[in-house]
Design a protein around this ligand. Structure first.
Ligand code: AMP
Length: 396
């Protein structure tokens, strides 16, 4: 599924209509204060477009994990205040989700006005994709817009169920995800390189299998590389390693060879005597890591080889760190790969999560073509799975 054929807000008449928009306002809030409003800022283009067309905008989102109960610790009220500052107009806040207050405030909206209803996860029915709850949500509006890519891989009432009762289209955020990631998968500029890292092979089996049908080069770093190295006969010492995945790793390497995909594994590794930020670091070949030591990051020769492959690519997709980047001493590999991707001149797609955080921390965000707003969702999208929050939208 690439979703390239889905209708967006520009393909539907919204003027004078009540429009329910599923946003991702799952922002960090402590003591009522929002410490990072990035997700709110990112939602503005869709909201502004709808307002400029004279729509009556009803916004909804989840925030945290309130476990299906009203818990004001997870209230979206601070988001309404911040949104109002950013939009320069009042943003009404409903006291409930589908209750009397939300219904009355939605009904009272005039063209060009905005309402935010409470956290959809105050109802356990949200995550159960309960039909009655979805219908009640839908009754607040005449059109549904999904703009929350981070939850598009979940079939919840506000991310998918509601589309059964309303014409459903995507907002600009989801449209961008679909057009850039879907475009790269369907018709990539070549050479097309995927860089995969992170802790475990088992989390990425689906995406590796799917990408092997599409890419020219597959770069494997991070903890997952050691399962491949050990499966191929190397010694990885105490490195993180999935012993039950050796056959699978060999099968993936074999698939790469038969498909003509160049598969690249680390050749040198920064190792440590313990899993700690201040652990003593040294360098060894990746295929002969001594017992008592564990791989924490890719080494300088690997950085050079991986970087050269990235620089020769026309499209790069990256998901997962090259090492334990949370510890400064073991972040060099991830940082170097972020730099190589940023400077490659290739169409560069960062698949959310840790790689996105690394790119942002290093100040390379504006050099990337696209940083996905959803870690789990982008992995499922790259795997070619059908995302319920996208599948439910109208086709063009
Ligand atoms: P994932 O969520 O699968 O993308 O994995 C991200 C995590 O993998 C990060 O927290 C990294 O610290 C961890 N990671 C990367 N390389 C290693 C490694 N060599 N050993 C242990 N953990 C690693």
């Amino acid at each position: 599924m690439t979703g390239l054929n889905k209708k967006s807000i520009e393909d539907i008449e919204v003027g004078g209509k009540r429009v329910l928009v599923r946003c991702d306002f799952n922002v960090p809030i402590s003591g009522g204060v929002i410490s990072d409003d990035k997700r709110i800022v990112e939602s503005l283009p869709t909201i502004k477009y709808l307002l400029s067309k004279g729509a009556k905008v009803v916004l909804c989102s989840h925030l945290g994990r309130p476990k299906g109960e009203f818990n004001m610790k997870y209230s979206l009220a601070p988001v309404a205040t911040r949104l109002s500052e950013l939009l320069g107009i009042p943003v009404a806040m409903a006291k409930d989700v589908i209750g009397e207050d939300a219904q009355a405030k939605a009904a009272a909206l005039k063209d060009g006005e905005v309402l935010l209803i409470e956290n959809v996860r105050f109802h356990a029915e949200e995550e159960k994709n309960d039909k009655t709850f979805a219908k009640a949500l839908a009754s607040l509006a005449e059109i549904y817009v999904n703009d929350a890519f981070g939850t598009a891989h979940r079939a919840h009432a506000s991310t998918a169920g509601v589309a059964e009762f309303l014409p459903a289209v995507c907002g600009y955020l989801i449209q961008k995800e679909i057009s850039i990631m879907g475009g790269a998968l369907e018709n990539p500029k070549r050479p097309f390189t995927a860089i995969l890292g992170g802790a475990k092979v088992s989390d990425k089996i689906g995406v590796i299998k799917s990408l092997l049908d599409k890419v020219d080069i597959l770069v494997i770093g991070g903890g997952m590389a050691y399962t491949f190295v050990k499966a191929l006969g190397g010694n990885v010492g105490d490195s993180i390693c999935e012993h039950d995945k050796f056959d699978l790793a060999k099968e993936l390497v074999y698939k790469a060879i038969t498909k003509g995909v160049r598969i690249m594994l680390p050749i040198d590794t920064v190792v440590a005597d313990q899993f700690a930020a201040d652990a003593k670091a040294s360098l060894t070949p990746t295929y002969s890591i001594p017992e008592g030591l564990q791989g924490m990051d890719i080494g300088p020769n690997t950085i050079e080889i991986f970087s050269n492959a990235i620089k020769s690519s026309a499209t790069v997709i990256w998901n997962g760190p090259m090492g334990v980047f949370e510890f400064e001493n073991f972040a060099k590999g991830t940082e170097a790969i972020a730099k190589a991707v940023a400077e490659s001149g290739a169409v560069s797609i960062i698949g959310g999560g840790d790689s996105a955080a690394a790119v942002e921390k290093l100040g390379f965000a504006d050099k990337m073509t696209h940083i996905s707003t959803g870690g789990g969702a982008s992995l499922e999208f790259l795997e070619g799975l059908e995302l319920p929050g996208i599948a439910c939208l109208q086709d063009k």
